[in-house]
Every structure is written in structure tokens, then in C-alpha cells.
Design a protein. Structure first.
Length: 160
């Protein structure tokens, strides 16, 4: 695992944001770490360890981001690199869960959401504790900004 768990898709037709509830997400500020900020993880992952079935509705939960130093302690034996960000709690049954991989980690800035992470990895404790209690690891989006802008060619993000 090297922390770059990223993909972009190209739509055949543009989204008409005037006719949709969907909104573009903002890209993060280059050089910002977003450590110890309130964030939201979104996904379709499992909601019960008894069924292992994905959610039928999009779920979201607010969790704090944590420093890479603290995350290093949670993931002992695995080095958390600068292109990674961790978020979640050690002692609560909330956070990213099995099936949420690839989902966004967002933070609210002013009146818009900024995607700061892409759910990528989890500690073994996630799979042994009901409720996905352990902190989860994300690709730090600002570590791939150049690639996103080069690949998308437009350089457009949300309107702030």
C-alpha cells in the first residue's frame, strides 16, 4: 500500500447542476494538512456486522481527522506517509466501514464542502470490532492535486 488509491471517471454527458441536487466538490488547498478538523465520511458500506450487506441509502457520519503521528501509533508497524490522512475514533462505533472504500472524506469550508481524502485502508481492529470503531486511512487528496488537474484538463473545481 503506498497511499495512492485514486481514480477519476469521465462522464459522457455533463451534469446540469441547475436541475440536480448534486453539487461539485471543491478540491483542497495545496499544502494544507487538514489535521484535527471536523470531517464527514460518506459511503454505502455495511451497517451491521450481522448481515455484511451494504446500506440501501447513502450514509454519512462526522469524525475528526487525526495527525499522522497519532495514526502511526494506531497502525503500529505501518508507516503513515505524508500522502495519507487518518480520521475517526478509537472508542466509538462510528466511522468508515467495510464497503466504504473509495468514498470521500469531506470538510466544510465556508459554504462549500472540500474533499480532503479518499477512503483507502483500515486497521485490523475495524474488522474485529462491531461498529467500525478504529480510525481509517485515506489518500490525502491534496497530494494528488497536480495529477487530478493534469488528468481532468479543465482545472475547474467548485464555485466557492
Amino acid at each position: 500500500i503506498d497511499g495512492y488509491d485514486v481514480a477519476l471517471i469521465e462522464l459522457w454527458n455533463p451534469i446540469n447542476f441547475k436541475l440536480s441536487e448534486a453539487r461539485p466538490v471543491c478540491l483542497p488547498t495545496a499544502g494544507s494538512y487538514y489535521d484535527q478538523v471536523e470531517a464527514t465520511v460518506v459511503g454505502w458500506g455495511i451497517t451491521s456486522w450481522f448481515s455484511y450487506l451494504p446500506s440501501h441509502v447513502l450514509m454519512e457520519v462526522d469524525i475528526p481527522t487525526i495527525t499522522n503521528e497519532k495514526c502511526d501509533k494506531i497502525y503500529s508497524g505501518f508507516k503513515i506517509k505524508d500522502n495519507m490522512i487518518c480520521a475517526g475514533y478509537d472508542d466509538r462505533g462510528t466511522g468508515g466501514c467495510l464497503g466504504d472504500s473509495g468514498g470521500p472524506l469531506l470538510t466544510k469550508e465556508d459554504e462549500h464542502y472540500t474533499q480532503i481524502g479518499i477512503l483507502s485502508f483500515a486497521t485490523d481492529r475495524m474488522f474485529s470490532n462491531p461498529g467500525c470503531r478504529a480510525a481509517t486511512g485515506y489518500t490525502r487528496v491534496n497530494s494528488v492535486l497536480d495529477w487530478i488537474e493534469e488528468t481532468s484538463k479543465s482545472g475547474k473545481t467548485c464555485q466557492s
